[in-house]
Write a protein that binds this ligand. Sequence first.
Ligand SMILES: [Zn+2]
Length: 370
Amino acid sequence: MLPTLLSPASLEACFARDYTGAQVRFRHACDRHEHSVYHEFVYSQNGPDNHKLLTATCRLGAPDAKRLLVLQSATHGVEGFAGSAIQIDCLDLLHQYKLPNGIAVLMIHALNPYGFAWLRRVNETGIDLNRNFIDFTRPLPVNTGYAELADALLPADPQAMAQADAKLAEARHTLGQTAYELAVSGGQYTFADGLFYGGQAASQSRLYLEEIFQQHNLARCEQVAVLDIHTGLGPYGYGELICDHPPGSVGAHWAREVYGPSVTEPALGTSTSVPKLGLVDYYWQEQLGDRVSFVTLEFGTYSVAEMFNVLRRDHILHRSPVDWTAPETQQVKAAIRKFFYPEQPDWQEMILLRGRQVIRQALQGLQELK
Ligand SMILES: [Zn+2]
């Protein structure tokens, strides 16, 4: 019999069962490095197991390195299993293979720890962090497409689900799949308990990210490659590199040079993702301009239709205070966890191997920079 690509033990070492397990593994993997710099950003809420929630950072390499690779996980909470595993795997690999001179690695573990722990895509205030990076001093964007579908997406009476589904199916038919996805998932700033809600102000995680940026003096870097790891869009196990830099820009060009033709661009319609408002990406671009190349490493699981369904059920559940141990809660949580984290060895193998490939390409790109 042929062996598996990665041993069951190495999968087991990287993939945790829950947020707390992931945080502990990340901390240990960081501590095993003699010169790592570890830092925690604590939140006021706890997880369902009553453990504290935190975004942790770990930096390896020279403190004055001007070229930096950033690995970010759990921007969308429940999607954090894959990103956390890739970060832990990378920390372990960097024992064996030293970082090239002048290059540092910064890991941002669990940018949205609440969502990771409570198995939600959104944060403690219902905000989708990847719609939260807009300029809140200006009038908020208006998404009329979402407003028209809001009642059908999250019906006030859960018994009326069949009727709501029929309305959504009709909208999808009339608008076409892309326009429908744009309306539903492009981002909205009106319905606080709704899907893909960007908030009314900067979230705690955004403020922490801004602090991390200052703490590590990232403005001084000459080139930063960011990999933000997500799950839920695209073919099962496939790791798509989504680039939301403007088409033709230096950042988009760098991504293509370094990662090759597997890079896709929502603005050109070549991605499984549609263009979106308020992405974390825009913050990095605003801060570093042409000196950053930010790509989302998105791992596929199941269908978009299924994703909307698990998210709708989760949002309906969280309209009232949640009893974590109630059977209904556990059912909804098992479904959302399985959607964003299939937890099968074949899927896990694909995640770690693609992660290693992309990290190697990024480090090589930084090293070869003229
Ligand atoms: Zn995501």
